[in-house]
Design a protein around this ligand. Structure first.
Ligand SMILES: [Zn+2]
Length: 430
């Protein structure tokens, strides 16, 4: 059934994400690039007219008209009549039709938690598969593929532009593989190779989950061009750095592994093998509280419970007025602050965006904010704002979908110029 759906979508040749082996002529590539650039402009700036697009993209009016007609025919945009009356032909505003297309975002987190969602071109989640827990690396590609295939039937009239996958640990983005996940204890897991066998003919992009979450924040939460430290404390701890609007990342890497920043060499051993990492210190703090406090020690709070569930329970108890729980939240915030201040003392950012269940307790962000303003060197310039992430627990899944959207937009000025040069300087796009 899903295969038929995918085949049906080949009726959208001009904008459909193609498998990498498909060969296209230079003119076809150029037309594709211009189509995507025009569509991205219309998504980002609703109400632009054909003349605006012609001016902004440096394309002839006739080239833009043919592009707009293709986008209208494909059902990706609407062109409405203006309300203005008077002499001359008023420009007709163009607007994206968000429900016309979607990218599939897939998250596999450090706890084995897997989430799949379809996200439209404006960043709204339009469909979600029920979350699942992946127990082993062998079953990971099958379970992720099942998640993707389970929501495709609900998207029958929606064009799927591709799949983005957010994975834990050190990632090989080119091969789409997990090199190493300290928390899961997995090494060398070829996620994309296996996934392609089950979901063929789809463009697939991969990144680290924290990087994906930061991309979602950049897409939907932050001001354009800002520098952000995205601090994610869920089942594992990581951070991502966005400098002047660009995510800092390599082809093979994790995110900024602040969870494995050693804060106390005499501290407990971490999953990475070293002693006194931020992640190990926080787990130790939480475990000591759970051992000695009677209040939250229900079955749900045993030490085998995933750490993010324990955070949720801790916050519930702290917000209900339990002083000991509140102190643990403050202690975790204090430990987190030490790592955050270490990073921002090396590189200044405008904002520190925190994603965690702990952010539901006011004391958590308050403590980090106070530590940043009291101890970071930034206080002598402009102190970064500390705030919660815009999308909370959906950040990494939406960010995964953004990976696919980003590939689909293909708005690469360098690529555009290279194509123009290849075609003898003809920038008309015709
Ligand atoms: Zn470590």
């Amino acid at each position: 059934m899903a295969k038929n759906m995918l085949s049906a979508r080949t009726n959208m040749p001009s904008l459909r994400a193609r498998p990498q082996h498909a060969r296209r002529s230079g003119n076809q590539i150029l037309r594709d690039v211009n189509l995507r650039r025009a569509l991205k402009l219309i998504v980002d700036h609703p109400g632009l007219s054909r003349a605006d697009i012609s001016r902004l993209l440096g394309l002839s009016r006739s080239a833009v008209s043919s592009i707009v007609e293709l986008l209208l025919d494909a059902g990706l945009i609407d062109e409405t009549l203006p309300n203005i009356t008077g002499p001359g032909r008023p420009p007709r505003p163009l607007r994206a039709r968000p429900l016309s297309s979607a990218a599939i975002g897939v998250l596999l987190d450090d706890s084995g938690f897997a989430s799949v969602a379809a996200v439209d071109m404006l960043g709204s989640v339009v469909r979600k598969a029920p979350p699942r827990i992946v127990e082993s690396p062998q079953e990971a590609p099958r379970m992720l593929a099942e998640g993707v295939l389970s929501i495709l039937p609900e998207l029958d009239n929606v064009r799927i532009v591709g799949i983005g996958i957010a994975l834990p640990g050190v990632i090989d983005r080119r091969l789409g593989a997990i090199r190493f996940s300290a928390r899961l204890g997995w090494t060398g897991v070829p996620i994309v190779t296996e996934l392609r066998k089950r979901v063929p003919d789809m463009s697939i992009r991969v990144d680290n989950a924290t990087n994906a979450a930061a991309l979602a924040e950049q897409w939907l939460g932050a001001q354009a061009g800002q520098s952000i430290l995205y601090f994610r404390i869920t089942s594992a701890i990581g951070a991502a750095l966005v400098l002047d609007g660009n995510l800092v990342r390599r082809a093979v890497s994790g995110a900024l592994e602040v969870g494995h920043m050693v804060l106390d060499p005499s501290g407990p051993q971490c999953g990475c093998g070293r002693f006194g990492c931020l992640e190990a210190l926080i787990e130790d703090e939480l475990a000591r509280y759970l051992r000695h406090s009677r209040t939250p020690c229900t079955n749900r709070d045993s030490e085998s419970t995933p750490i993010c569930d324990r955070y949720t329970r801790l916050v519930e108890v702290a917000n209900a007025g339990d002083e000991a729980a509140l102190q643990v939240v403050r202690n975790i915030a204090e430990l987190s602050s030490q790592a955050i201040v270490n990073v921002i003392n090396m590189i200044h950012v405008d904002e520190i965006v925190v994603e965690s269940q702990l952010a539901a307790c006011g004391a958590f962000l308050e403590t980090i904010s106070q530590a940043v303003s009291a101890r970071s060197l930034s206080r002598w310039t402009s102190c970064p704002v500390v705030r919660p992430s815009t999308l909370g627990g959906m950040s990494a899944t939406v960010g995964a979908a953004y990976l696919a959207w980003d590939a689909f937009w293909g708005v690469d000025e360098g690529l555009g110029r290279a194509l123009y040069a290849m075609l003898g300087g003809n920038e008309s796009g015709e």
